[in-house]
Write a protein that binds this ligand. Structure first.
Ligand SMILES: Nc1nc2c(ncn2[C@@H]2O[C@H](COP(=O)(O)OP(=O)(O)OP(=O)(O)O)[C@@H](O)[C@H]2O)c(=O)[nH]1
Length: 283
């Protein structure tokens, strides 16, 4: 499009512009017949002075007013040669569409990234937290507990005679047992608890807001539920559990997790020694 810098009269419009704006080109057509009032003010206050000063004005936003389509956002590059303004106008629709596509591509990537990050935190067989993720989550929990303490208990759960299960029924059955056990833990616990596969056939459950008595009741429920996991020879699966409680005065200790787990481990060892399929506590 070309317009006159003084009169604003339109001297040339290409067919696309004629179709878009819906005004046939005739000598009486002025620029202000098809740009919005705000664009008009913008033209007078910014575009025209910039053109007179620099001879060109790039990437300015204007709003076209089409007879058929109403307001259309557009981006214009304008040059002044002698008294004629040469306008190159592009509707912003494509640019806005591209921007929206970029935004949704970014959102999609961020979601994928979050999913990948979550996957790196999980044990692939059981989908419970892996050791490192559980330790990280516990440190966050410990921070919260320093501000407002509530009883928190640790359960180390170890499958009884797991080597025999593998040897007698094969690794596939062993893996199935691990998965079934993990599902039992998920069903029995609350969303605020931390569930992890701590080692090969050893699991850690951290019960938030539960003292060791609550933890013992929880462990009894687990022993009961686990009975329904049957081996191929119809034997019932059993586990041994060691429980320890978090002490408020050790919250600032750098070795906090190691210390509380060591007590749970000692309790577990006692449970194994006393014949397995039982829970022992070391507060
Ligand atoms: N199927 C399977 N077995 C595993 C996995 N990780 C560790 N194990 C096995 O778990 C068994 C653990 O054996 P032990 O430490 O002797 O313990 P146990 O036989 O359960 O004996 P107690 O704990 O004393 O009752 C080993 O045979 C490991 O190979 C796994 O991901 N899948």
């Amino acid at each position: 499009m070309t317009t006159d810098i003084e009169t604003n009269q339109v001297s040339y419009l290409n067919q696309y512009a004629v179709d878009l704006i819906g005004i046939p080109l005739n000598p009486a057509v002025s620029l202000f017949d098809f740009i919005s009032k705000a664009s008009w003010i913008f033209f007078e206050s910014y575009i025209r002075p910039a053109l007179i000063k620099d001879g060109q004005c790039t990437e300015v936003q204007i709003t076209l007013v089409s007879q058929k389509l109403g307001k259309i956002n557009a981006v214009a590059n304008v040059s002044l040669i002698e008294s004629v303004l040469f306008w190159s106008i592009q509707t912003a629709e494509n640019r806005d569409k591209l921007y929206q596509e970029l935004l949704s591509a970014r959102e999609h990537l961020e979601n994928q990234n979050e999913k990948l990050l979550e996957l790196t935190r999980l044990d692939p067989l059981t989908s419970l937290l892996n050791r490192r993720a559980a330790a990280d989550d516990f440190m966050k929990m410990a921070n919260q507990l320093t501000r407002s303490f509530c009883p928190t208990s640790f359960l180390i759960i170890d499958i009884d005679w797991f080597k025999e299960i593998n040897d007698n029924h094969g690794h596939g059955v062993g893996d199935e047992v691990l998965t079934k056990l993990a599902n039992t833990f998920k069903e029995a616990s609350r969303s605020t608890d931390i569930l992890a596969r701590w080692g090969g056939e050893e699991f850690l459950i951290i019960l938030f807001n539960s003292n060791v008595i609550d933890a013992q009741l929880f462990a009894s429920r687990l022993h009961e539920k686990i009975k329904s996991i049957l081996l191929p020879n119809s034997e019932q699966l059993t586990v041994s559990i060691g429980i320890s409680g978090l002490r408020e005065n050790e919250l600032k200790d750098n070795e906090l997790l190691d210390k509380v787990l060591k007590r749970a481990d000692t309790a577990l060892y006692k449970a194994k020694e006393k014949g397995r399929n039982r829970t022992e506590i070391l507060e």
